[in-house]
Design a protein around this ligand. Structure first.
Ligand SMILES: Nc1ncnc2c1ncn2[C@@H]1O[C@H](COP(=O)(O)OP(=O)(O)OP(=O)(O)O)[C@@H](O)[C@H]1O
Ligand code: SF4
Ligand SMILES: [Mg+2]
Length: 365
């Protein structure tokens, strides 16, 4: 069975049995592949994790690593994927509150969306309808799941707008999305996502389009609302700093797979995988000069049609020759325990890793 950390997220190997899990959300060996003219795009390729209510899991990884595909998969939204031409091939198990969603009736999953699970998208304009007022959209979202009058639903909409910090919510409820600033639209979308008190909230890069101050406010808001509603939250971002602050556990994705995961403070302060070291080095920091900030991990993300053999990170890894016998280019490293509740997929020995971290990486961070 998957080992559970103190904070409730599973940090063990993929679980193969199909017994009902005890965790609120448990994803087992999730694969989401897209047939394309160029070949099979393996956007998510064997991802496993679990999450308890009241806890936050941060999923981090650079563009194209499979973060959004994972969240759309959990929400059961893949048939309407962003390219939408051919159906995704999905396998594995997604257990939400004791029910396996991949084998469940799509109507049942549709009913869960918005009520039991909700998503905050990166771009609120794509989720909000331009021709309806913010209030009408929140009212509709509420009435789908609650048999209440428009008046009651509207009261609920105003209450939610107030809760997410929209000033004069009783007036702004009648505004159209374009009358709101980017930050306000994001708040409105959060209000809409939370109107039915979902037990699982997925926030997919909820702040990338916003300036730094508003970003901080939105993240505080998600944290406060989570405390209040006790939901399980998945926060997706390419910024390790954001997830470190917000999450109980962190899962780092690379090329559609998990390459490191564990309690947030472990992954942030004692990361074990060279890719996570790279992410840490590319984080914006106040004490760095502007020019030194945001140095991306060198090289480009891997092709998801033909992942490099062995460790998918090897073409970009400065330490690819540290493990013996070229193993790094021939054998794919599995997730292995590297500390208490902490797992990483890298062929280096603990001694090799610790030496490089202490002598080469940590002093530069
Ligand atoms: N319907 C689809 N058909 C083919 N490929 C797809 C489809 N949906 C996603 N992909 C591919 O899957 C990969 C992972 O995409 P995903 O959107 O999950 O990345 P991401 O980690 O969310 O990146 P970002 O940080 O840019 O949002 C990308 O290479 C993307 O092009
Ligand atoms: S397995 Fe090799 S290439 Fe992959 S991260 Fe570890 S050292 Fe780098
Ligand atoms: Mg994305």
């Amino acid at each position: 069975m998957t080992e559970l950390s103190k904070s409730g997220a599973a940090v063990g190997e993929p679980v193969k049995d199909s017994s009902t899990p005890s965790a609120f959300l448990e994803v087992r060996d999730l694969k989401v592949h897209f047939p394309t003219d160029d070949g099979l795009v393996k956007s998510v390729d064997g991802l496993s994790f679990s999450l308890e209510k009241g806890k936050t899991l941060g999923i981090v990884g650079e563009s194209g690593s499979g973060k959004s595909v994972t969240s759309l998969g959990i929400m059961g939204l893949h048939t309407a994927g962003q390219y939408g031409k051919r159906k995704a091939q999905i396998s594995g198990e997604i257990w939400l509150d004791g029910t396996e969603l991949l084998s469940a009736d799509p109507d049942y999953v549709r009913k869960l969306r918005g009520r039991e699970m909700a998503m905050i998208f990166q771009d609120p304009l794509s989720a909000l309808h331009p021709y309806y007022t913010i209030g009408q959209q929140i009212v509709e979202a509420y009435q789908i799941h609650h048999k209440v009058t428009k008046k009651v639903a509207r009261r609920r909409a105003v209450e939610m707008l107030d809760r997410v910090g929209i000033p004069q919510p009783d007036k702004r409820v009648d505004s159209y999305p374009h009358e709101f600033s980017g930050g306000m639209r994001q708040r409105a979308m959060i209000a809409m996502s939370l109107v039915n008190n979902p037990e699982l909230l997925i926030a997919d890069e909820p702040t990338t389009a916003l300036d730094v101050t508003v970003q901080a406010q939105i993240l505080d808001l998600i944290r406060d609302l989570q405390k209040e509603f006790g939901s399980a939250v998945i926060v997706i971002t390419h910024d390790l700093g954001v997830v470190a602050e917000l999450s109980d556990d962190i899962l780092v994705m690379y090329g559609g797979r998990c390459i490191e995961r564990g309690p947030a403070e472990k992954v942030f302060y004692e990361p074990k995988h060279p890719y996570t070291w790279g992410l840490l080095g590319s984080m914006p920091r106040l004490d760095r000069e502007q020019t030194e900030r945001l140095i991306p991990v060198k090289g480009s993300p891997p092709s998801l049609i033909n992942l490099p053999s062995g460790c998918a990170f090897n073409p970009r890894c400065s330490y690819a020759d540290v493990p013996k016998d070229n193993v790094t280019r021939t054998v794919r490293p599995e997730l292995a325990q590297v500390g208490s509740q902490h797992w990483a997929a890298c062929h280096m020995t603990q001694e090799q890793r610790d030496r490089i971290w202490t002598e080469e990486i940590a002093p530069k961070l």
